[in-house]
Design a protein around this ligand. Structure first.
Ligand SMILES: [Zn+2]
Length: 414
């Protein structure tokens, strides 16, 4: 297979064309299950249908598939999502889709050892109904119709009715799973949406997986009392215990590589100027790519909070709000992706993904990897989202090379 002739410039021009069609001064308007999204979809479908030998179809969950068959039914998948958040950026999701379109154009007419497929997932963002990863979750089986049947948008429109307008029957969305039957690898290019690559002055990186998350409410209970009459050494100040604990959570995460710890909400009572607080509730959101590391930072945080609570004469209790396991990507594909990135950009960097992507759903089912391209100022989900055009071009070339490598790997296995 040739690796040289991908027209990365055309991909950038088509991204601009899509932004012109379904965006404007206030950002992208491609919210899933709306007319603007359908328009973007129609635009993509037309471009795919122009490629000779490619079959285009929509599955039961509303995902758009383009298939370039080969003698082997085993398929390498290139994934993206053309939907956006309201007033979103021009690249989030669209880059993956348009880059994959260009890769299909180049590789579909060539003899390939395996089938190549593009998928534009339906409703990755969950912007209208609040459920992200709709299409990929439906195909993977993690989204069940009953979990989302009652969802309504801001105007009171029920999700099943919005789906029906686009020809989708909620009770049949899991039938999209048959699309994944012959899939052997899933590749996704995305903007980083964070500051890491820009800070390292690198255009491209390879994603090692999606963070696992442990999210808790941490509540401290002491006794509030008068600010004037209570000497400092007898106070049971719940806020001070919470604040000291939050610093230990932050410091423990900062000591480690690629671990996050965030205190988000802080509520105190009685919250008046003439008393210290007898009650304080905080949230703690911890993230790591390794399950053991995540368990360890959680254990350390609990122990630290108990130690601090004892010193401050208060009690502490933890309540889990939410958790998700880390989703590591495939080591062999990570290495292939590093080769591809190094070939087009000279060097590569491994980094985890903070946000979840459709790739997280696929990684449970098949070898998966993602490429990240630099985001300027780390901004995303805003019209300010941007990436230098020369870096976008590099990312298209890297995706192309990775697709070729993933197909050749399968061929070499016979
Ligand atoms: Zn995205």
């Amino acid at each position: 297979m040739q690796t040289e002739w991908v027209d990365s410039r055309r991909a950038v021009e088509e991204l601009k064309e899509l932004a012109g069609l379904t965006g404007g001064p206030d950002g992208a308007r491609r919210v899933a299950w709306t007319d603007e999204w359908a328009k973007a979809r129609g635009w993509l479908r037309e471009k795919l249908e122009e490629i000779g030998g490619v079959e285009v179809e929509t599955d039961e969950a509303g995902n758009l598939w383009a298939t370039a068959p080969s003698d082997s039914e085993s398929a390498v998948l290139l994934g993206g999502h053309i939907d956006s958040v309201p007033n979103g950026g021009w690249l989030d999701g669209a880059l993956n889709t348009v880059a994959a379109l260009e890769v299909m154009r180049v590789l579909a007419p060539q003899r390939r050892p395996v089938t190549l497929r593009l998928v534009d997932w339906a409703d990755e963002e969950g912007a209208r109904f609040g459920r992200s990863l709709f299409g990929s979750g439906a195909a993977a089986g993690s989204l069940k119709p009953d979990d989302v049947r009652g969802l309504r948008d801001r105007d009171g429109v029920a999700l099943p009715d919005a789906l029906a307008e686009h020809g989708i029957e909620l009770d049949r969305v899991n039938e999209a799973s048959r699309q994944l039957e012959n899939a052997i690898a899933y590749l996704e290019l995305h903007i980083e949406q964070g500051p890491v690559l820009e800070r390292m002055d690198l255009p491209l990186g390879v994603v090692t997986g999606c963070f696992g998350v442990e999210r808790h409410a941490v509540r401290f209970t002491g006794q509030h009392a008068h600010s004037g009459s209570t000497p400092m050494d007898v106070r049971r100040d719940a806020f001070i215990a919470a604040a000291r604990s939050a610093v230990t959570f932050r410091d423990d995460a900062a000591r480690r590589e690629d671990v996050r710890a965030t205190t988000g909400f802080v509520n105190v009572s009685p919250a008046i100027v003439t008393a210290f607080n007898g009650w304080c509730e905080t949230s703690l959101d911890q993230r790591a790519l390794d399950a053991d590391v995540l368990a360890e930072v959680l254990k350390t945080a609990r122990e630290e909070s108990e130690k601090v609570a004892e010193e401050e004469g208060v009690s502490v209790e933890w309540e889990r709000l939410w958790r998700i396991e880390p989703i590591p990507f495939d080591e062999e594909l990570i290495e292939l992706a590093e080769e591809a990135v190094t070939e087009v950009a000279g060097s590569s960097h491994r980094l985890p993904s903070g946000p979840l992507h459709d790739a997280a759903e696929m990684a449970r089912l098949m070898p998966t990897v993602m490429l990240f391209v630099k985001s300027l100022r780390g901004l995303s989900h805003t019209k300010e989202e941007d990436t230098p055009e020369e870096d976008l071009e590099l990312s298209v070339r890297a995706l192309h090379r990775l697709a070729v490598k993933a197909m050749e790997r399968e061929a070499s296995r016979g």
